[in-house]
Design a protein around this ligand. Sequence first.
Ligand SMILES: *[C@@H]1O[C@H](CO)[C@@H](O)[C@H](O)[C@H]1NC(C)=O
Ligand SMILES: *[C@@H]1O[C@H](CO)[C@@H](O)[C@H](O)[C@H]1NC(C)=O
Length: 382
Amino acid sequence: MTTTTTAAATTATSSPMVLSLLLFASLTALLVLAPRVQQPLAPRPLLGGEQAPPAAEGSYAADLDTGAVGAEEDGADDLALFRRVTLDSGEGATAAAGAAPKVAFLFLTNSDLTFAPLWERFFSGHGSLLNVYVHADPASRLRLPPTPSFRGRFVAAKPTRRGDPSLIAAARRLLAAALLDDPANAYFALLSQHCVPLHSFPYLHATLFPATAAHHHRLPSYIEVLADEPQMLGRYEARGGEGAMLPEVPFARFRIGSQFFTLARRHAVLVVRERRLWRKFREPCLPESRLHSCYPEEHYFPTLLDMADPAGVARYTLTRVNWTGSFEGHPHRYAAPEVTPRLVAELRRSNGSDYEHMFARKFAPDCLGPLLAMADSVIFKD
Ligand SMILES: *[C@@H]1O[C@H](CO)[C@@H](O)[C@H](O)[C@H]1NC(C)=O
Ligand SMILES: *[C@@H]1O[C@H](CO)[C@@H](O)[C@H](O)[C@H]1NC(C)=O
Protein backbone atom coordinates (compact mmCIF):
# COMPACT_ATOMS: atom_id res chain seq x y z
CA MET A 1 0.00 0.00 0.00
CA THR A 2 2.81 2.42 0.91
CA THR A 3 4.55 1.69 -2.38
CA THR A 4 1.40 2.31 -4.37
CA THR A 5 0.78 5.59 -2.61
CA THR A 6 4.33 6.77 -3.20
CA ALA A 7 4.15 5.85 -6.86
CA ALA A 8 0.84 7.66 -7.22
CA ALA A 9 2.27 10.69 -5.48
CA THR A 10 5.26 10.78 -7.81
CA THR A 11 3.18 10.73 -10.95
CA ALA A 12 0.58 13.13 -9.72
CA THR A 13 2.67 15.87 -8.11
CA SER A 14 1.54 18.34 -10.75
CA SER A 15 -2.02 18.21 -9.51
CA PRO A 16 -2.61 18.56 -5.78
CA MET A 17 -6.27 17.74 -6.32
CA VAL A 18 -5.54 14.45 -8.05
CA LEU A 19 -2.88 13.73 -5.46
CA SER A 20 -5.18 14.15 -2.52
CA LEU A 21 -7.89 12.12 -4.20
CA LEU A 22 -5.44 9.31 -4.87
CA LEU A 23 -4.14 9.41 -1.34
CA PHE A 24 -7.67 9.39 -0.08
CA ALA A 25 -8.64 6.50 -2.32
CA SER A 26 -5.69 4.34 -1.30
CA LEU A 27 -6.23 5.14 2.37
CA THR A 28 -9.88 4.24 2.27
CA ALA A 29 -9.17 1.14 0.20
CA LEU A 30 -6.86 0.11 3.00
CA LEU A 31 -9.57 0.72 5.58
CA VAL A 32 -12.20 -1.20 3.69
CA LEU A 33 -10.01 -4.11 2.71
CA ALA A 34 -7.84 -4.44 5.77
CA PRO A 35 -10.26 -6.58 7.79
CA ARG A 36 -10.36 -9.17 5.04
CA VAL A 37 -6.64 -9.63 5.19
CA GLN A 38 -6.37 -9.68 8.93
CA GLN A 39 -8.40 -12.14 10.91
CA PRO A 40 -9.97 -9.91 13.54
CA LEU A 41 -11.64 -12.67 15.47
CA ALA A 42 -9.80 -14.94 17.82
CA PRO A 43 -11.33 -18.42 17.84
CA ARG A 44 -13.01 -18.98 21.17
CA PRO A 45 -12.54 -22.14 23.13
CA LEU A 46 -15.74 -24.13 23.28
CA LEU A 47 -17.48 -23.81 26.57
CA GLY A 48 -19.54 -26.72 27.78
CA GLY A 49 -20.03 -28.53 24.52
CA GLU A 50 -20.87 -28.06 20.89
CA GLN A 51 -23.29 -25.16 21.15
CA ALA A 52 -22.50 -22.75 23.90
CA PRO A 53 -25.52 -20.44 23.77
CA PRO A 54 -24.70 -17.09 22.16
CA ALA A 55 -25.08 -14.00 24.28
CA ALA A 56 -28.74 -13.10 24.22
CA GLU A 57 -29.60 -9.78 22.64
CA GLY A 58 -30.89 -8.85 26.06
CA SER A 59 -27.37 -8.84 27.42
CA TYR A 60 -26.98 -5.43 25.81
CA ALA A 61 -29.46 -4.03 28.27
CA ALA A 62 -27.14 -4.82 31.17
CA ASP A 63 -24.52 -2.57 29.57
CA LEU A 64 -26.81 0.39 29.12
CA ASP A 65 -25.47 2.59 31.86
CA THR A 66 -21.87 2.24 30.71
CA GLY A 67 -22.55 4.93 28.15
CA ALA A 68 -23.81 5.26 24.61
CA VAL A 69 -21.19 3.86 22.29
CA GLY A 70 -22.67 5.32 19.13
CA ALA A 71 -23.47 8.77 20.39
CA GLU A 72 -20.22 10.49 19.54
CA GLU A 73 -19.36 11.83 16.12
CA ASP A 74 -18.52 9.30 13.43
CA GLY A 75 -14.88 8.30 13.70
CA ALA A 76 -12.41 9.44 11.05
CA ASP A 77 -12.38 5.93 9.58
CA ASP A 78 -16.18 5.86 9.27
CA LEU A 79 -16.22 9.33 7.73
CA ALA A 80 -13.59 8.30 5.20
CA LEU A 81 -15.63 5.20 4.35
CA PHE A 82 -18.88 7.14 3.92
CA ARG A 83 -17.16 9.88 1.92
CA ARG A 84 -15.65 7.30 -0.36
CA VAL A 85 -19.16 6.15 -1.27
CA THR A 86 -19.97 9.80 -2.05
CA LEU A 87 -16.89 10.19 -4.27
CA ASP A 88 -17.55 6.87 -5.93
CA SER A 89 -20.14 6.91 -8.67
CA GLY A 90 -21.93 4.90 -5.99
CA GLU A 91 -24.96 4.01 -8.03
CA GLY A 92 -23.05 1.16 -9.63
CA ALA A 93 -25.13 1.76 -12.72
CA THR A 94 -22.35 1.87 -15.29
CA ALA A 95 -20.04 -0.69 -13.76
CA ALA A 96 -22.83 -3.18 -13.25
CA ALA A 97 -24.55 -2.64 -16.57
CA GLY A 98 -25.03 -6.00 -18.24
CA ALA A 99 -23.70 -7.97 -15.28
CA ALA A 100 -26.15 -10.17 -13.41
CA PRO A 101 -27.30 -8.27 -10.31
CA LYS A 102 -26.12 -9.62 -6.98
CA VAL A 103 -27.57 -9.75 -3.48
CA ALA A 104 -25.38 -8.57 -0.59
CA PHE A 105 -26.09 -10.36 2.69
CA LEU A 106 -25.17 -8.11 5.61
CA PHE A 107 -24.86 -9.97 8.90
CA LEU A 108 -24.96 -7.79 12.00
CA THR A 109 -23.94 -9.89 14.98
CA ASN A 110 -22.60 -9.86 18.51
CA SER A 111 -22.39 -13.62 18.90
CA ASP A 112 -21.63 -16.78 16.94
CA LEU A 113 -23.16 -17.17 13.51
CA THR A 114 -24.90 -20.34 14.61
CA PHE A 115 -26.84 -20.76 11.38
CA ALA A 116 -23.78 -20.49 9.12
CA PRO A 117 -24.15 -24.13 7.96
CA LEU A 118 -27.73 -23.42 6.86
CA TRP A 119 -26.71 -20.21 5.08
CA GLU A 120 -23.86 -22.14 3.49
CA ARG A 121 -26.37 -24.53 1.92
CA PHE A 122 -28.47 -21.53 0.85
CA PHE A 123 -25.46 -19.84 -0.83
CA SER A 124 -24.03 -23.02 -2.33
CA GLY A 125 -23.68 -22.92 -6.10
CA HIS A 126 -24.76 -19.26 -6.35
CA GLY A 127 -21.52 -17.53 -5.40
CA SER A 128 -21.52 -15.45 -8.59
CA LEU A 129 -24.86 -13.86 -7.63
CA LEU A 130 -24.16 -12.89 -4.03
CA ASN A 131 -21.69 -11.47 -1.53
CA VAL A 132 -21.49 -11.90 2.24
CA TYR A 133 -20.43 -9.22 4.74
CA VAL A 134 -20.25 -9.50 8.52
CA HIS A 135 -20.14 -6.75 11.15
CA ALA A 136 -19.18 -8.51 14.39
CA ASP A 137 -19.05 -6.54 17.61
CA PRO A 138 -15.32 -6.55 18.42
CA ALA A 139 -16.16 -7.21 22.08
CA SER A 140 -17.74 -10.55 21.14
CA ARG A 141 -15.19 -13.30 20.80
CA LEU A 142 -17.12 -15.30 18.32
CA ARG A 143 -16.09 -18.55 16.73
CA LEU A 144 -15.42 -18.38 13.02
CA PRO A 145 -18.09 -20.29 11.16
CA PRO A 146 -16.61 -23.58 9.99
CA THR A 147 -17.80 -22.87 6.45
CA PRO A 148 -16.11 -20.91 3.64
CA SER A 149 -18.74 -18.25 2.82
CA PHE A 150 -17.99 -16.15 5.89
CA ARG A 151 -14.21 -16.44 5.80
CA GLY A 152 -12.50 -13.10 5.15
CA ARG A 153 -15.87 -11.32 4.89
CA PHE A 154 -15.63 -9.33 8.14
CA VAL A 155 -15.78 -5.55 7.73
CA ALA A 156 -14.09 -3.08 10.08
CA ALA A 157 -16.41 -3.12 13.11
CA LYS A 158 -17.09 -1.13 16.25
CA PRO A 159 -18.98 -2.00 19.45
CA THR A 160 -22.76 -2.27 19.10
CA ARG A 161 -25.36 -2.02 21.80
CA ARG A 162 -29.06 -2.30 22.04
CA GLY A 163 -30.78 0.98 22.82
CA ASP A 164 -28.35 3.32 21.18
CA PRO A 165 -27.38 4.43 17.68
CA SER A 166 -24.43 2.04 17.38
CA LEU A 167 -26.74 -0.41 15.58
CA ILE A 168 -27.51 2.26 12.96
CA ALA A 169 -23.81 3.05 12.63
CA ALA A 170 -23.01 -0.62 12.14
CA ALA A 171 -25.67 -0.99 9.43
CA ARG A 172 -24.32 2.11 7.65
CA ARG A 173 -20.80 0.64 7.84
CA LEU A 174 -22.02 -2.64 6.32
CA LEU A 175 -23.86 -0.82 3.53
CA ALA A 176 -20.83 1.35 2.73
CA ALA A 177 -18.43 -1.61 2.65
CA ALA A 178 -20.76 -3.61 0.40
CA LEU A 179 -21.40 -0.64 -1.94
CA LEU A 180 -17.67 -0.10 -2.43
CA ASP A 181 -16.79 -3.76 -2.63
CA ASP A 182 -18.87 -4.75 -5.66
CA PRO A 183 -20.78 -2.48 -8.05
CA ALA A 184 -22.93 -5.48 -8.98
CA ASN A 185 -24.45 -5.57 -5.49
CA ALA A 186 -28.00 -4.45 -6.24
CA TYR A 187 -29.86 -5.44 -3.08
CA PHE A 188 -28.63 -5.29 0.50
CA ALA A 189 -30.31 -7.58 3.04
CA LEU A 190 -29.61 -6.80 6.69
CA LEU A 191 -29.74 -9.94 8.84
CA SER A 192 -28.80 -10.96 12.35
CA GLN A 193 -27.29 -14.15 13.71
CA HIS A 194 -30.83 -15.24 14.65
CA CYS A 195 -32.18 -14.99 11.09
CA VAL A 196 -32.76 -17.93 8.77
CA PRO A 197 -33.76 -18.21 5.09
CA LEU A 198 -37.31 -19.35 4.26
CA HIS A 199 -36.74 -20.00 0.55
CA SER A 200 -33.95 -21.05 -1.80
CA PHE A 201 -31.53 -18.48 -3.18
CA PRO A 202 -32.82 -18.80 -6.79
CA TYR A 203 -36.33 -18.14 -5.49
CA LEU A 204 -35.15 -15.03 -3.62
CA HIS A 205 -33.19 -13.78 -6.63
CA ALA A 206 -36.13 -14.27 -8.98
CA THR A 207 -38.39 -12.43 -6.52
CA LEU A 208 -36.03 -9.48 -6.15
CA PHE A 209 -35.28 -9.24 -9.88
CA PRO A 210 -38.47 -10.20 -11.69
CA ALA A 211 -37.91 -10.86 -15.37
CA THR A 212 -40.82 -8.52 -16.08
CA ALA A 213 -39.10 -5.51 -14.46
CA ALA A 214 -37.75 -3.49 -17.35
CA HIS A 215 -35.80 -1.07 -15.19
CA HIS A 216 -33.84 -2.65 -12.42
CA HIS A 217 -32.76 0.76 -11.17
CA ARG A 218 -36.34 1.47 -10.02
CA LEU A 219 -36.76 -1.71 -7.99
CA PRO A 220 -38.33 -1.11 -4.57
CA SER A 221 -36.69 -1.34 -1.17
CA TYR A 222 -38.33 -3.79 1.21
CA ILE A 223 -38.49 -1.92 4.46
CA GLU A 224 -41.31 -1.69 6.94
CA VAL A 225 -42.63 1.87 7.23
CA LEU A 226 -45.40 2.40 9.78
CA ALA A 227 -47.06 5.50 11.19
CA ASP A 228 -49.65 5.82 13.95
CA GLU A 229 -48.35 2.93 16.03
CA PRO A 230 -49.31 3.24 19.71
CA GLN A 231 -45.72 3.39 20.99
CA MET A 232 -44.59 6.14 18.64
CA LEU A 233 -45.22 9.16 20.83
CA GLY A 234 -43.17 7.55 23.59
CA ARG A 235 -40.39 6.79 21.14
CA TYR A 236 -40.42 10.36 19.84
CA GLU A 237 -40.35 11.77 23.35
CA ALA A 238 -37.43 9.44 24.13
CA ARG A 239 -35.48 11.22 21.42
CA GLY A 240 -36.11 14.55 23.15
CA GLY A 241 -39.37 15.39 21.38
CA GLU A 242 -39.74 18.33 19.05
CA GLY A 243 -37.18 20.33 20.99
CA ALA A 244 -34.51 17.92 19.83
CA MET A 245 -35.89 16.61 16.53
CA LEU A 246 -37.06 19.80 14.81
CA PRO A 247 -36.73 21.06 12.16
CA GLU A 248 -35.57 17.85 10.44
CA VAL A 249 -38.09 15.42 11.94
CA PRO A 250 -41.50 16.72 13.06
CA PHE A 251 -43.57 14.07 14.81
CA ALA A 252 -45.87 13.82 11.78
CA ARG A 253 -42.94 12.56 9.69
CA PHE A 254 -41.54 10.20 12.34
CA ARG A 255 -41.85 6.53 11.29
CA ILE A 256 -41.27 3.10 12.78
CA GLY A 257 -40.32 -0.24 11.26
CA SER A 258 -38.11 -3.27 11.69
CA GLN A 259 -34.42 -2.61 11.20
CA PHE A 260 -34.18 -5.81 9.14
CA PHE A 261 -34.55 -4.38 5.65
CA THR A 262 -33.62 -5.34 2.11
CA LEU A 263 -32.57 -2.10 0.43
CA ALA A 264 -32.20 -1.40 -3.27
CA ARG A 265 -28.81 0.01 -4.21
CA ARG A 266 -29.97 3.58 -4.76
CA HIS A 267 -31.39 3.64 -1.24
CA ALA A 268 -28.26 2.09 0.25
CA VAL A 269 -26.28 4.93 -1.36
CA LEU A 270 -28.79 7.46 -0.04
CA VAL A 271 -28.44 6.14 3.51
CA VAL A 272 -24.65 6.19 3.49
CA ARG A 273 -24.46 9.69 2.01
CA GLU A 274 -27.10 11.10 4.33
CA ARG A 275 -25.95 13.33 7.21
CA ARG A 276 -28.83 15.52 8.36
CA LEU A 277 -31.09 12.90 9.91
CA TRP A 278 -28.20 10.77 11.07
CA ARG A 279 -26.94 13.74 13.07
CA LYS A 280 -30.28 13.76 14.89
CA PHE A 281 -30.67 10.02 15.33
CA ARG A 282 -27.18 9.42 16.62
CA GLU A 283 -27.90 11.57 19.68
CA PRO A 284 -28.61 9.41 22.72
CA CYS A 285 -32.17 9.00 24.00
CA LEU A 286 -33.23 10.83 27.15
CA PRO A 287 -31.71 8.88 30.06
CA GLU A 288 -35.07 7.99 31.62
CA SER A 289 -36.28 6.53 28.30
CA ARG A 290 -33.30 4.41 27.46
CA LEU A 291 -34.52 1.18 28.97
CA HIS A 292 -37.95 0.92 27.36
CA SER A 293 -38.39 3.41 24.52
CA CYS A 294 -34.99 3.71 22.89
CA TYR A 295 -34.71 1.86 19.61
CA PRO A 296 -33.32 4.47 17.19
CA GLU A 297 -32.55 1.78 14.58
CA GLU A 298 -36.31 1.18 14.26
CA HIS A 299 -36.86 4.84 13.34
CA TYR A 300 -33.91 6.21 11.43
CA PHE A 301 -34.20 4.05 8.29
CA PRO A 302 -38.01 4.14 7.83
CA THR A 303 -38.18 7.87 8.62
CA LEU A 304 -35.38 8.68 6.17
CA LEU A 305 -36.66 6.54 3.31
CA ASP A 306 -40.25 7.65 3.75
CA MET A 307 -39.09 11.26 3.48
CA ALA A 308 -36.67 10.72 0.61
CA ASP A 309 -38.56 8.30 -1.65
CA PRO A 310 -41.99 7.31 -0.31
CA ALA A 311 -43.04 5.78 -3.63
CA GLY A 312 -39.84 3.74 -3.87
CA VAL A 313 -40.34 1.61 -0.76
CA ALA A 314 -42.60 -1.43 -0.40
CA ARG A 315 -43.39 -0.48 3.22
CA TYR A 316 -43.08 -4.08 4.36
CA THR A 317 -40.08 -6.19 5.26
CA LEU A 318 -39.14 -9.56 3.80
CA THR A 319 -38.09 -10.73 7.27
CA ARG A 320 -40.86 -12.28 9.34
CA VAL A 321 -40.84 -11.87 13.09
CA ASN A 322 -43.34 -13.01 15.70
CA TRP A 323 -44.22 -10.33 18.25
CA THR A 324 -46.93 -12.40 19.92
CA GLY A 325 -46.06 -12.69 23.58
CA SER A 326 -42.99 -10.47 23.19
CA PHE A 327 -40.96 -9.83 26.30
CA GLU A 328 -38.91 -6.70 27.10
CA GLY A 329 -38.72 -5.71 23.47
CA HIS A 330 -37.68 -9.18 22.31
CA PRO A 331 -39.87 -11.08 19.85
CA HIS A 332 -40.77 -14.73 20.23
CA ARG A 333 -37.67 -16.89 19.98
CA TYR A 334 -38.34 -20.21 18.28
CA ALA A 335 -36.95 -23.34 19.90
CA ALA A 336 -36.18 -26.67 18.23
CA PRO A 337 -39.52 -28.41 18.96
CA GLU A 338 -41.38 -25.62 17.13
CA VAL A 339 -39.39 -26.02 13.93
CA THR A 340 -41.61 -27.95 11.53
CA PRO A 341 -42.46 -27.77 7.82
CA ARG A 342 -45.76 -26.21 8.89
CA LEU A 343 -43.96 -23.39 10.69
CA VAL A 344 -41.90 -22.64 7.57
CA ALA A 345 -45.07 -22.48 5.49
CA GLU A 346 -46.71 -20.22 8.06
CA LEU A 347 -43.75 -17.86 8.32
CA ARG A 348 -43.52 -17.49 4.56
CA ARG A 349 -47.09 -16.23 4.31
CA SER A 350 -47.69 -12.55 4.80
CA ASN A 351 -50.67 -11.31 6.70
CA GLY A 352 -53.34 -10.30 4.23
CA SER A 353 -51.00 -9.37 1.36
CA ASP A 354 -49.75 -11.30 -1.61
CA TYR A 355 -46.03 -11.14 -0.93
CA GLU A 356 -43.99 -13.82 0.80
CA HIS A 357 -41.38 -13.54 3.50
CA MET A 358 -37.88 -14.58 2.49
CA PHE A 359 -36.27 -14.66 5.94
CA ALA A 360 -37.43 -15.09 9.55
CA ARG A 361 -36.18 -14.41 13.08
CA LYS A 362 -35.50 -15.16 15.88
CA PHE A 363 -34.32 -18.73 16.19
CA ALA A 364 -32.50 -20.27 19.14
CA PRO A 365 -29.23 -22.09 18.35
CA ASP A 366 -30.82 -25.50 18.94
CA CYS A 367 -32.98 -24.94 15.85
CA LEU A 368 -29.99 -25.55 13.57
CA GLY A 369 -30.40 -29.34 13.56
CA PRO A 370 -34.11 -29.42 12.67
CA LEU A 371 -33.65 -26.64 10.10
CA LEU A 372 -30.79 -28.47 8.37
CA ALA A 373 -32.76 -31.70 8.44
CA MET A 374 -35.53 -30.15 6.33
CA ALA A 375 -33.39 -27.73 4.33
CA ASP A 376 -33.53 -29.58 1.03
CA SER A 377 -36.92 -31.23 1.44
CA VAL A 378 -38.79 -28.12 2.66
CA ILE A 379 -36.98 -24.78 2.92
CA PHE A 380 -35.05 -24.82 -0.35
CA LYS A 381 -37.71 -26.78 -2.26
CA ASP A 382 -39.71 -24.06 -3.98
C1 LIG B 1 -45.82 -16.76 17.78
O1 LIG B 1 -45.38 -16.94 19.11
C2 LIG B 1 -46.37 -17.48 19.99
C3 LIG B 1 -45.75 -17.57 21.38
O2 LIG B 1 -45.36 -16.33 21.84
C4 LIG B 1 -46.79 -18.84 19.50
O3 LIG B 1 -47.80 -19.34 20.34
C5 LIG B 1 -47.28 -18.75 18.06
O4 LIG B 1 -47.55 -20.04 17.58
C6 LIG B 1 -46.24 -18.11 17.19
N1 LIG B 1 -46.78 -17.90 15.84
C7 LIG B 1 -46.20 -18.40 14.76
C8 LIG B 1 -46.81 -18.07 13.46
O5 LIG B 1 -45.18 -19.06 14.81
C1 LIG C 1 -52.96 -9.84 10.80
O1 LIG C 1 -53.70 -8.68 10.48
C2 LIG C 1 -54.81 -8.47 11.31
C3 LIG C 1 -55.60 -7.30 10.78
O2 LIG C 1 -54.78 -6.39 10.08
C4 LIG C 1 -54.34 -8.26 12.75
O3 LIG C 1 -55.43 -8.04 13.61
C5 LIG C 1 -53.54 -9.48 13.20
O4 LIG C 1 -53.01 -9.27 14.48
C6 LIG C 1 -52.43 -9.77 12.23
N1 LIG C 1 -51.77 -11.00 12.59
C7 LIG C 1 -50.44 -11.12 12.64
C8 LIG C 1 -49.93 -12.47 12.99
O5 LIG C 1 -49.68 -10.21 12.39
